[in-house]
Design a protein around this ligand. Structure first.
Ligand code: XBP
Ligand code: MG
Length: 234
């Protein structure tokens, strides 16, 4: 019996990674760093979840030590990156992927509970949800777990476990929506069946363990997909 749908944010609700990539580059330029992340490099770096962790990995790749670029420097760059990202989101550059809004609103109307489990920063969740689902959009979700709320980011199960705890539901009462292999690993490690809609930066990945792989959520119906939902049987 499915009682809740749990959504990843980046790549799943919307194609956000191009926005993040451009925002990283804007923050680097502003800080007079000679770092430029092109699409190919970003695809490589994307296997590192979390913006700050991604920057640290790149610094390591370039042989830039923590003495030259401290964690505080990275945190400052990250704040600026998120500010640039917010501008792009507010300008409408990260619309929801096809079928997402219909699924969210129809599921809520039919009594399914909704949650967010993501690696991204809380400020980015708020910006994206308010820009796409309206100023009250966040209230649609009963649990919102961000990268700042967990000790270990995806692929660790922490973000999903935290959602399950908040909703007080078992994993088999939930369905997860992810776009990446790291996200799939996270949901599966928490025991949650997962629908994968691969995104721009994850299309090359394989998704062993997914309950379903779909190009987008246009035709997805939790009641008619083999996942019985409480709403459907009510
Ligand atoms: C997305 C990410 C995030 C974003 C940037 O993973 O890895 O790091 O790229 O977000 P997922 P922050 O979709 O699995 O949550 O810069 O806020 O970390
Ligand atoms: Mg994602």
């Amino acid at each position: 019996m499915i009682r809740a749908l749990i959504f990843d944010v980046d790549g799943t609700l919307a194609e956000t990674e191009e926005g993040h990539r451009q925002a990283f580059n804007a923050a680097f330029a502003e800080a007079r760093l000679d770092w430029v992340w092109d699409v190919g490099l970003y695809r490589e770096l994307y296997s590192v979840t979390g913006g700050k962790e991604r920057m640290r990995r790149y610094a390591d790749m370039r042989g830039v030590s923590a003495a030259e670029l401290s964690d505080a420097d990275i945190a400052r760059l990250h704040v600026r990156k998120n500010a640039h990202y917010a501008e792009l989101v507010r300008a409408g550059q990260c619309p929801l992927r096809p079928g997402v809004e219909r699924l969210i609103r129809a599921s809520r109307a039919r009594g399914l509970r909704l949650a967010i489990s993501t690696t991204t920063s809380r400020v980015n969740i708020v910006e994206l949800v308010e820009a796409t689902l309206g100023p009250d959009g966040l209230a649609l979700f009963e649990a919102v777990v961000s990268g700042e709320d967990v000790v270990a980011k995806k692929p660790a199960p922490d973000a999903y476990l935290r959602v399950l705890e908040t909703l007080a539901l078992r994993p088999d009462e939930c369905l997860a929506f992810e776009d990446s292999y790291n996200g799939l690993l996270s949901a599966r490690a928490a025991g949650v069946a997962t629908i994968v809609t691969p995104s721009l930066y994850t299309r090359h990945e394989t998704f062993d363990g997914a309950a379903m792989i779909m190009s987008d959520l246009t035709d997805f119906d939790p009641a008619g997909s083999g996942f019985a939902s409480e709403a459907a049987s009510a």
